[in-house]
Design a protein around this ligand. Structure first.
Ligand code: EPU
Length: 421
């Protein structure tokens, strides 16, 4: 397994090109199953999770070709079974459930299960689809769903932790081909859901209210092919913002959308980081002479502070001049990075969903283990500023969600390289 070696202490300067959003690309690729026509999706990032979605679509016998950063999908699939071997490696695989059910009237999708960031139930996915008239059973680890033509309905999709991104995606996709109008209440407002809605609209779907908690879908008989560009990745953007901030550097994030990161920008400004919206992107400048100020961060559904940026801001707050508190309200157990950051000299105490961070002046390089995608990004950020060498093992997690991370960081001056096994 590849490792990343980082020699900390470089000040990052230059431009990083932000890739398109993984979490928009994956459901959008699945949504191509809603038509027999061809969909061209542009600027698809070169990521392992995208490769996994390609494999799932091919397992369904959809036609998928990759051409210079685009993926061309003809969703006329012959199979309806998404197998365990693929679904178990990526949660977003569950997004094929809604489209298969709506278009093919039957779907068999392996149960995605929990993962290292905590339990990840699918009750809201099932609630959304059942309320549209699907009959669902769980058999031998598979979600077996069937329906004649789905029927429009009103459904409230709030759970114990608020709205659900992919349950909203599944229900909205299924509703596009249902008979009549579907109203999804407490729908997720994440930009990736709005992007999926825009993709569906470009296929002829009738969707309004996306980006708000009430999405209305008027079902149509058929959808057609399209050619679509995906939005820039807000979590990648936020991660590079912190790379600039933590190294006291100055980075321009090309293509970044300021508007999608208001909660992150607000917190970074509170810490003393300067962030400016510019034409075509965002510029971030870290504090050069003074230490970062401490802060309190609570993760919430969009437009609140994203759970997918919690680990990264923790790395920054490890170096703040005082005590910070992070409260994780989406995945209360998502603190797997704490033990590895502690190995680098961080002082963090976890109590339930709260992490209390006593800022230290320096971190020191160490051997650390990447565990999940965002936790791994946090270790890279810590490594950029730690004294000495940090060796990050098992970086395949990073390759799932950050396109060319080592190359992008080297380009702005980081001393980072990949060691192949
Ligand atoms: N939840 C339920 N029931 C459900 C579904 C979710 O209780 O049926 C709970 C979850 O356990 C969690 C909360 O609702 O406490 C929110 O989970 P959500 O369903 O919104 O998560 P997701 O849709 O499975 C997406 C992203 C995650 C991101 C979360 C939260 C994709 C492919 N994944 O997952 O991204 O953390 O939304 O914003 O879009 C990542 O990119 O590293 C990542 C984990």
């Amino acid at each position: 397994m590849d490792k990343l070696i980082i020699e900390g202490g470089e000040t990052l300067r230059g431009t990083v090109d932000i890739s398109c959003a993984k979490n928009a690309a994956l459901p959008i690729m699945a949504a191509s199953l809603l038509t027999d026509d061809t969909c061209v999706i542009n600027n698809i990032p070169a990521l392992r999770d995208v490769d996994t979605m390609v494999k799932i679509l091919r397992a369904l016998e959809a036609r998928v070709e990759r051409k210079k950063g685009s993926v061309v999908i003809t969703g006329r699939c012959r199979r309806v079974k998404a197998p365990y071997a693929l679904v178990s490696t990526m949660r977003a695989s569950v997004c094929v459930l809604g489209p298969l059910l709506a278009k093919r009237k039957v779907a068999e999708v392996s149960f995605p299960g929990g993962c290292i960031i905590g339990p990840r139930p699918i009750d809201l996915h099932l609630k959304g689809l059942e309320s549209l008239g699907a009959e669902i059973t769980i058999k031998s680890g598979y979600i077996m769903a069937k329906a004649q033509r789905l029927k429009g309905t009103k459904v409230y999709l709030g759970g114990h932790f608020g709205s659900s991104v992919l349950a909203t995606a599944n229900t909205m996709m299924a509703a596009t081909l249902a008979k009549g109008v579907t109203v999804i209440e407490n729908a997720a407002c994440e930009p990736e859901i709005a992007d999926l809605a825009n993709f569906l609209i470009s296929m002829g779907a009738k969707v309004v209210g996306h980006s708000t908690p009430t999405i209305r879908v008027k079902g149509v008989r058929r959808l057609h092919g399209t050619n679509y560009n995906i939005i820039p990745d807000r979590v990648e953007t936020g991660t590079y913002m912190i790379a600039g901030a933590i190294t006291g550097g100055s980075i321009f994030l090309k293509n970044a959308r300021h508007q999608h990161l208001l909660a992150v920008i607000d917190k970074l400004r509170e810490c003393g980081v300067s962030i400016a919206e510019q034409k075509d992107g965002v510029r971030v400048k870290g504090r050069i002479k003074n230490r970062i100020k401490p802060s309190t961060v609570t993760t919430l559904p969009y437009p609140g502070f994203p759970t997918d940026m919690q680990a990264q801001i923790m790395s920054l707050l490890c170096l703040a001049d005082g005590i910070s508190v992070i409260t994780e309200k989406i995945y209360p157990e998502r603190f797997i990075h704490v033990s590895e950051l502690s190995r680098m000299g961080a002082r963090i105490l976890v109590e339930g969903p709260n992490a209390i961070i006593r800022g230290v002046k320096n971190l020191s390089g160490a051997e650390v283990m990447a565990s999940d995608l965002r936790a791994s990004a946090a270790l890279v950020l810590a490594g950029l500023v730690a004294k000495g060498k940090t060796r990050i093992h098992r970086i395949y997690h990073l390759d799932r969600g950050y396109e060319k991370l080592d190359k992008k960081l080297s380009k702005v001056g980081a001393k980072i390289h990949r060691e192949k096994d």
